[in-house]
Each structure stands twice: as structure tokens, then as C-alpha cells.
Design a protein around this ligand. Structure first.
Ligand code: DAH
Length: 331
């Protein structure tokens, strides 16, 4: 083997290699275990030949490595220019969240009343027994004052059982006219079933002004019910009792499932009871220092979960808080 010829042949082959596969083959041919150079190195007997051949091996390795790097760069350039991202390919879908149905209804009701010129006020979830009971005219010994019904934090502090305390706090803080709604969580020591959960949401409404009448209340609730349940609905008001309203009424809407002909949702009565309301009891005005001779007002308090299950025909209110996306995704 003539080292000079070998080097010339090898360098020519390196220069001619035009792909990574080519250069691999060149490496095997000239530096592989069975290459002429490797065989010659194994046979070496004298120092001088050994040095010459090793130097040759190093030069060939350097030349092959350099060519390989060049070819790699060429290959990369080719990939970058040929294998561009195809922006017309469909993307990988990724799940997007949305507001919980109760939050949607909460905002819907807020928007309805903002549109009527009302203000949205925040109440407190932790209340004193004064605001939760006394200020709302609950008599001593009323069952909801019992720890069997209400969650007490201490003797004077409860988790509010309704949003109505926000009526008292609002009236204490401002003079009439008052037009507010207040929405949020309430708590009762209820055992969960199809129509109860210990935590739930209410919307409270309060309007106090000169000359407010029951007709104003009924007109407002009629508008609210038609906006929530559909323009074609009819409304009806029956009597009820709450300590803080006199008279007290219950708002009913014609069943949107059967349109009044009778079905399981309306228990075959054609009507659905949505929630309580009434004319503010003058005692409340005295508690907060409003003149009951001058002002009258109306109030209402409805459950948002109840609105949700009625409107969407959800058979069990607990489903709303199981957070199963198969249910929640539908709204
Ligand atoms: N707070 C009552 C309840 O939780 C609902 C209610 C009824 C609120 C009549 C009112 C009202 O403001 O006027 O059952």
C-alpha cells in the first residue's frame, strides 16, 4: 500500500461525497476495521512507518469529519426550507373552560337589573345574628335561628342563610331612593338532596322610594321572569309569608316545558314557583331610620340554582356542583 496514493484516493472520495450516507461509506472504506490503512497499521514493525501511517489516519479523520459537518449543515438547510410548518394543517384541539352555569345566571341577572338602573352591591357571607335575623324582623324563637338550621361561627356570628341582610346594610348606608341587587352565596344546615345543597346562591333585590307599590314589584318580577324564561311566559303571584315583607308573595311563571298544560317539571300544575318577594315591612324602615310614612319599598330573594334547574330541566340540583364537564359543557 502506498500511503500517498491512498491519501489522494481518500481525499478525492471525501470531496466527492455528497450525502451523509456517502461520507459514512467513505469512512468505512478508508478508516474501517478492514480498510487498507487499518490492516497496514496492524502490520507495522518500525516506528517511522507507524508515525507516518498514524499521521495519515489523523489527516483522513479530520477531512472526513469536516466533510460530514458540511453535509450535515446542508441537510439541515434543506430540512428547514423544505419541511416548513404547514399552517393549513388542523391544530391540536385543546380544551377551553367557560363560566359555570350559576356564574352565567348571576351575571345575566346583574345585567338585567343594571339595565333597569339598579346598582349591584356586595353583601357579606359571614354575618352577625343582628343582620341575619333581628334586623329582618325574625321573631325570637323562629326556627331558622336554631343551630339546627343555621351554621353558627359563634353566638353572634353566622354564615348568612339568605342574601336579605344586604337589604339592611344597604339601607343603613344610604338614604332612599334605593334600587339595588345583591347576589352571592348562602349557607344552610341542609342535607343535600335533589332540591337542596348546604351552599347555594341567591339574588336579593330591593327598591325603596316614594310611592312604590305592589304593582311595581309585580311588573319588575314579570319582566325578570320573562327575560329569564322566555318572552311568551305568563306570571302569577300568590300569597306567602316572610318576616321582613308585608304582604309577602310568591312569584310563579307558566311552565316553559309544557307551556302550562302539565308536565313533571311543573308537577302537572302548569306553574313553577320561582321565589319569594313582598313589600318591605315598615318595621325594617324603623330599624334603619327611614320614615315609613314617606317611603315604601319592595324586595325579593330567589335562588340561582333553582332558576338554573328549572330553566334547563336539570333533574337534580346537586348535579351543578359535581363539576362533571359532561353536564357543565352543555351550558
Ligand atoms: N330570604 C328569603 C329566603 O331565603 C327569600 C326572600 C323572600 C327574600 C322575600 C326577600 C323577600 O327579599 O322579599 O327564603
Amino acid at each position: 500500500m502506498d500511503p500517498e496514493t491512498l491519501e489522494k484516493d481518500a481525499l478525492a472520495a471525501v470531496a466527492a461525497a455528497s450525502s451523509l450516507d456517502d461520507i459514512d461509506r467513505v469512512r468505512v472504506e478508508f478508516l474501517g476495521r478492514k480498510s487498507a490503512l487499518k490492516l497496514a497499521l496492524r502490520e507495522v514493525r518500525d516506528r517511522e512507518t507507524g508515525m507516518t501511517l498514524n499521521a495519515l489516519r489523523e489527516r483522513l479523520e479530520t477531512a472526513i469529519d469536516a466533510r460530514e459537518n458540511d453535509l450535515r449543515r446542508v441537510e439541515l438547510d434543506r430540512q428547514v426550507s423544505e419541511e416548513r410548518v404547514d399552517v393549513t394543517m388542523p391544530g391540536t384541539p385543546f380544551p377551553r373552560g367557560h363560566l359555570h352555569l350559576i356564574t352565567q345566571i348571576r351575571r345575566e341577572v346583574e345585567d338585567i337589573f343594571l339595565g333597569l338602573g339598579y346598582t349591584v352591591v356586595d353583601g357579606r357571607e359571614v354575618e352577625t345574628t343582628h343582620y341575619n335575623f333581628d334586623g329582618l324582623n325574625f321573631p325570637q324563637g323562629h326556627p331558622t335561628r336554631s343551630p339546627l338550621h343555621t351554621l353558627f361561627l359563634d353566638q353572634q356570628t353566622v354564615l348568612r342563610t339568605e342574601t336579605s341582610p344586604s337589604q339592611i346594610r344597604t339601607m343603613e348606608a344610604q338614604e332612599p331612593p334605593v334600587y339595588i341587587v345583591s347576589l352571592g352565596r348562602c349557607y344552610r344546615r341542609d342535607t343535600p338532596d335533589a332540591t337542596h345543597t348546604p351552599t347555594f346562591h341567591q339574588v336579593e333585590g330591593l327598591a325603596v322610594d316614594e310611592g312604590i307599590s305592589l304593582a311595581d314589584l309585580e311588573g319588575t318580577l314579570d319582566y325578570l321572569l320573562k327575560t329569564l324564561f322566555g318572552e311568551e311566559r305568563r306570571t302569577q303571584f300568590t300569597t306567602n309569608y316572610f318576616p321582613f315583607t308585608e304582604p309577602s308573595i310568591e312569584a310563579r311563571v307558566s311552565c316553559h316545558i309544557c307551556d302550562g298544560s302539565g308536565c313533571p317539571v311543573c308537577r302537572h300544575s302548569g306553574w313553577i314557583e320561582v321565589g319569594g318577594a313582598g313589600m318591605v315591612d315598615p318595621n325594617l324602615f324603623e330599624f334603619v331610620g327611614y320614615d315609613p310614612e314617606r317611603y315604601t319599598g319592595f324586595a325579593f330573594g330567589w335562588g340561582l340554582e333553582r332558576i338554573a334547574v328549572l330553566r334547563h330541566g336539570i333533574p337534580d340540583l346537586r348535579e351543578l356542583w359535581r363539576n362533571d364537564p359532561r353536564l357543565l359543557r352543555q351550558f
